[in-house]
Ligand binder design. Structure first.
Ligand code: AMP
Length: 114
């Protein structure tokens, strides 16, 4: 989508600090990190949110999860654990309408969220 900031990052039209990339997945550091590790894992294909995943996206979503595991291992947070979370819509406080997983770790996280 032409006005989507994550599509612009995928297209190289906005800068990003990439940590992992495949043909259909990109992982880059969040611009406002909430923990020592805060990476966004996104499909290159524009999907509005996790609620908009279609049956034909099932394999792609599986690859997103594989990418998140890979990044967690590479960045050294897999052993101690981390959080993989995706916000959806208004009440979920999703601010960028392009499906993304927040991969957050490197410190003790709190639960429940607000
Ligand atoms: P959400 O609020 O769940 O939609 O998450 C969107 C995330 O994208 C926030 O954590 C923002 O800090 C992050 N973000 C927004 N713009 C950029 C950008 N240009 N590069 C990296 N992260 C960004």
């Amino acid at each position: 989508m032409s006005d989507c900031i994550f599509c612009k990052i995928v297209a190289g039209e906005l800068p990003s600090e990439n940590v992992y990339e495949t043909d259909d997945v990109l992982a880059f550091r969040d611009i406002r990190p909430q923990a020592p590790v805060h990476v966004l894992v996104i499909p290159k294909k524009h999907i509005q949110s996790a609620h908009h995943v279609a049956p034909e996206d099932a394999e792609l979503v599986g690859r997103l999860h594989m990418a998140a595991q890979h990044v967690a291992e590479e960045l050294g947070i897999a052993k101690d654990g981390y959080r993989l979370v995706t916000n959806i819509g208004w009440h979920g406080q999703q601010t960028v309408p392009h499906l993304h997983y927040h991969l957050i770790g490197g410190r003790q996280l709190q639960w429940p969220p607000g």
